[in-house]
Design a binder for this molecule. Structure first.
Ligand SMILES: NC(=O)c1ccc[n+]([C@@H]2O[C@H](COP(=O)([O-])OP(=O)(O)OC[C@H]3O[C@@H](n4cnc5c(N)ncnc54)[C@H](OP(=O)(O)O)[C@@H]3O)[C@@H](O)[C@H]2O)c1
Length: 248
């Protein structure tokens, strides 16, 4: 197995991916804008350090996100790879980005286009929302007397399950767009809020929320779901139980 560069290596997915790849003996360059033990420093916004980071690697897993339009940082990455190098570029994207006008999603669609147009051998995996992301939406309401639950359904996935799939893709040849992956259950947001409430031992009322507009309609009509697709195994309840067992 050759050398792997992980962008977004300090993030939610990257951190776990780097840990598991290193555990099995892979040589990993973990890209961050920061410097520190085990990190390779580079900034995909300015391009600083990126040529050196990509030089000589066999696989790149691109996970970095600016939480805005990420197509610019993807362009910086493929420009740094250049025409003379052909690592396998694995891009993590998001389910339903072509059915939802959310500006961040439009940027993700543009990011996919940058990769497909680059000529770099690649694999693109779209995933649903992470359990940790859903939990963060509920954690953010901790001082509210009610839990607001949008009237939508999601199919959240555990980061460990997603990382397992990413490792399979690292070990495979470039495949273009591969089947989307979601979590094991399609759940109303309300039922996810109920699970969260139970895990916290809380009795806060859950307030449904419906909003006008195309973004909300996209979620309501299943744009964030993976019907019949491959799924992870960990449920939201299992995620919450594992997370809460870590809280001192
Ligand atoms: N959240 C979800 O539910 C969800 C669902 C499906 C797909 N995704 C996608 O999965 C990917 C990974 O998400 P995540 O939640 O793991 O990300 P995250 O935790 O938000 O971490 C973002 C990462 O991007 C890096 N980064 C940001 N700006 C950078 C720059 N200019 N140059 C280099 N690195 C930069 C950060 O590194 P430093 O700060 O150390 O530089 C950090 O490691 C993203 O593309 C996201 O869109 C997310």
């Amino acid at each position: 197995m050759g050398e792997v560069l992980v962008t977004g290596a300090t993030g939610t997915v990257g951190n776990r991916l780097v840990e598991l790849l290193r555990d099995r003996g892979d040589t990993v360059r973990a890209l961050s804008r920061r410097s520190g033990p085990g990190l390779v420093t580079g900034d995909l916004t300015t391009g600083e350090g990126i040529e050196a980071a990509v030089d000589g690697v066999d696989t790149i897993v691109h996970l970095a996100t600016t939480n805005r339009d990420d197509s610019g940082i993807a362009q910086t990455l493929v420009d740094a790879i250049g025409p003379d190098r052909s690592p396998h570029l694995v891009l993590l994207s998001i389910v339903g980005i072509d059915r939802n006008p959310l500006p961040y999603y439009r940027g993700k669609l543009a990011t996919e286009s940058v990769v497909t147009a680059s000529g770099v051998p690649h694999t693109i995996l779209r995933a649903t929302q992470f359990h940790s992301f859903v939990a963060s939406l509920l954690d953010a309401q901790r001082y509210s007397p009610v839990l607001v639950a949008p009237s939508i359904s999601l199919q959240p996935i555990d980061v460990d399950d997603l990382v397992g799939r990413l490792i399979e893709l690292v070990d495979s040849t470039p495949a273009g767009r591969v089947p989307d992956i979601g979590g094991p259950e399609v759940r109303t947001f309300r039922s996810l809020a109920e699970a969260y409430r139970t895990a916290r031992g809380s009795h806060r009322p859950i307030m449904p929320l419906r909003l006008p507009g195309a973004t909300f309609r996209a979620y309501r009509t299943g744009a964030a779901l993976v019907p019949g697709g491959p799924t992870g195994e960990q449920t939201f309840e299992q995620f919450l139980a594992a997370r809460d067992s870590l809280v001192p």
